[in-house]
Design a protein around this ligand. Sequence first.
Ligand code: IYR
Length: 230
Amino acid sequence: MDTKDHILINGFKHILFEQEVYSPEKILLKSKSFYQKMDKRRSVREFSSKPVSKTIIENLIKTASTAPSGAHKQPWTFCAVSNLEIKSEIRKAAELEEKESYKSRMSDSWLKDLAHIGTDWRKSFLETAPWLIVVFKRAFEYDEKGEKLNNYYVNESVGLVSGMLITAIHNAGLVTLTHTPSPMRFLSKILNRPDNERPFLLLPVGYAKDPTYVPDLKRKNINEIAEFYE
Ligand code: IYR
C-alpha cells in the first residue's frame, strides 16, 4: 500500500501517526513496571540543596508540555526559579499566607484531616529546593490588537500538565510536592506575570534530604477506585 507521510483533512495538514507497536506480553510488562515505578512516588517536604541543572528542568517542562489541552491552546506558563533572592521572597510571602490559613482560614475538620501528613505554615523547602516551578494557567490570550482570545478547559489542561510534570520529575529520579499556598496571588506579583496568567500550583524540585521520612500512607486498592463494565 502507498502510505503518504501527510494528507489534508478539511484543508488541514494531518501527518502520519507513528505508534510504537508492542506485543500484548510486552505491554503487560511495561504497564506493570511503570505502575511499580510510579507507586514509589511520594510527596517530599524536606529537600537537599544539591543543585539540578537548568537543562534537566527544561527537559521536565518540555515533557509536561506534551500534555493534551483544550483546542491545543497549551494554556500554561512554567516559571522556574533558582534565584535565591526570589525563592526567599516567595517563601516569606507564602509563609505569611500559610500562617493565616493554619491559624484561622482552615476549618478544624480540615486541620484534623491534615494532621497525619504533618504539614504546618513553615515552608523551608521554598528556599532549600534548588528549583521552584510555578505553573500558571493562561485564562485567555491577547491577539496582536490586544483583543482577548479564549482558551478552553483551562483547569483540566493545567491539571493534566501538572500531573505529567510530577510524573516526569519522579521518572528522572527527583522529588517534588504540590504546594498550594492560598491565596497565591503573591506569585503573580513577585514573578511579574501578565494579567492573563493565574498561579495554579507551586512545585519545588530537587533531591530529598537524606534521610527523609514520609507519612505511612496507603493507596486505595483497585476495587476501591475502579468499576469495570465488561
Ligand atoms: N496549602 C497548605 C495546606 C495543605 C492542604 C492540603 I488539602 C494538603 O494536602 C496539604 C497542605 C499547605 O501547603 O501547607
